[in-house]
Design a binder for this molecule. Structure first.
Ligand code: FES
Ligand SMILES: [Fe+2]
Length: 453
């Protein structure tokens, strides 16, 4: 085998100092164009939740930048993805979501089965045989793999398997049985900001005291009731996190915890807290198992420190598990300064009582009054931050290398993609970025390979 001479592409506005992020990455059209060309076509993306495609023939359209993908359930165990373009003259075959036994092009009526094979060409004798080759007429497949109750796509046929790119996030959330979660509700927000800015807003808890003061311990003072102050505080935070947010702390779990509030606890606050948490975890576990849900032992997960309250899966997906349920986020660029931010409330249902297919939400404005308090607070910062970045007197974000490291790790892996680095160098760096939030800057092994412009 001959060694191929290979040089990484230069990266404009690269992260040269790990704790300084050049502002141009968040609005420069050229940087956005490089992401479009070199980044998004090579990453695994959460394309849909599987409850959107429960039955054979159910399909959804997943859009990323100018690419539209059909994601369709073929049978009980198979979901496939195809480029959404007719093999005759390129017409989009589907829009939105629905159910089909076959895909019929609305232009001249050519047809394809769910397996992607062409089944009909009108007046085929009018075409040269070379243009009717069966393999060539089949819908062009897109890599599609299933994990965690979702279908994931990758536009690069040479990308590593999904699992390599989601570890250790994947294994940890397998233990939480994340695949048994189902959509309770789904909302989306159209944010006038860069997609990375929207993502970074959820990568550190450092903003909590100023942005979400209701989540600080000082926001709460116990009353004189007979309920232990530790329990009062715990219930206050469960209710505050859960308020309007569904799975961010589910009302089922709050009710279960409320049922235990008069239990006797040690006087020592730390011991009381540990006993209380253990009791709530046990009660939540038993309640869900009794109603026939596939459910992990929450105390076992907590003892082994398997699950963090927030998990990031590079490049655009979050899960925020709390007790039985979770919130989940997906972030997609619509333009250099426009982002679609989606939020799911996920919970567990007994097998026969899961709600039906969730419908894709109409995106709301960031200041829509229906947003619950926590996302409303985050969404109110973001457009203002995007504007501030344009100030001539502002050059780069200065990060804490101790607690805002995930933002740096995330941005530097993106540089690795824009430099065109091979997957054997990118995958370990991706895995070091699939972490919880509030982590330090990590050694990714990429910096000496990325050439700044
Ligand atoms: S473009 Fe689809 S059948 Fe002609
Ligand atoms: Fe926040």
């Amino acid at each position: 085998m001959t060694d191929v001479e290979w040089t990484p592409l230069p990266v404009p506005w690269a992260v040269r100092s790990v704790d300084r992020i050049p502002k141009q990455r968040y609005f420069d059209p050229d940087f956005y164009a490089l992401e479009t060309e070199l980044f998004w076509p090579r990453v695994w993306q959460m394309a849909c939740r599987l409850e959107e495609v429960p039955k054979p023939g159910d399909f959804v359209e997943y859009e990323i930048l100018d690419q539209s993908i059909i994601v369709v359930r073929v049978d009980d165990s198979t979901v496939r993805a195809y480029y959404n373009a007719c093999r005759h003259r390129g017409m989009k075959l589907i829009e939105g979501s629905g159910t089909r036994r076959s895909f019929v092009c609305p232009f001249h009526g050519w047809c394809w089965g769910l397996d992607g094979n062409n089944t009909f060409v009108l007046r085929s004798e009018m075409f040269d045989d070379a243009n009717l080759d069966a393999d060539d007429l089949a819908l062009t497949p897109v890599r599609c793999e299933l994990w965690g109750g979702c279908a994931w796509i990758n536009l690069d046929d040479d990308a590593p398997p999904l699992r390599d790119c989601i570890e250790p996030f994947g294994s940890r959330h397998d233990e939480f049985k994340v695949e048994a979660l189902r959509t309770e509700w789904w909302k989306s927000c159209l944010l006038p900001v860069n997609w990375k800015l929207a993502t970074a807003a959820f990568m550190e808890g450092y903003h909590v005291p100023q942005t979400h003061p209701q989540l600080l311990p000082s926001a709460y003072s116990p009353d004189s009731s007979s309920v232990h102050p530790v329990v009062q505080a715990s219930l206050y935070f469960m209710r505050t996190l859960g308020s309007g947010m569904g799975g961010m702390t589910h009302e089922n779990d709050i009710r279960i915890a409320e049922g235990l509030q008069h239990m006797s606890l040690p006087d020592d606050p730390a011991e009381a807290m540990a006993t209380w948490r253990g009791a709530v975890n046990d009660a939540v576990t038993s309640w869900h198992r009794a109603r026939d849900c596939d459910f992990p032992d929450l105390n076992d997960l907590e003892r082994r420190r398997v699950i963090d309250p927030i998990g990031f899966c590079f490049p655009h997906y979050f899960i925020l598990p709390q007790y039985s349920s979770a919130s989940s986020y997906r972030i997609r660029p619509l333009g250099p300064e426009e982002t679609l931010f989606e939020v799911w409330s996920l919970t567990r249902y007994p097998n026969d009582r899961a709600p039906g297919k969730p419908a894709a939400p109409q995106p709301l404005a960031p200041d829509d009054p229906s947003w619950p308090m926590i996302p409303a607070q985050d969404f109110s910062n973001l457009p203002r931050q995007q504007k501030g970045l344009h100030a001539k007197g502002f050059e780069y974000m200065r990060l804490s290398d101790q607690i805002e490291g995930l933002i740096s790790n995330f941005e530097r892996v993106i540089d690795g993609f824009i430099a065109g680095l091979p997957y054997d160098q990118l995958v370990p760096a991706i895995q070091r970025t699939n972490t919880t939030i509030d982590v330090p800057v990590a050694e990714l092994g990429l910096s000496e390979k990325v050439r700044a412009w």
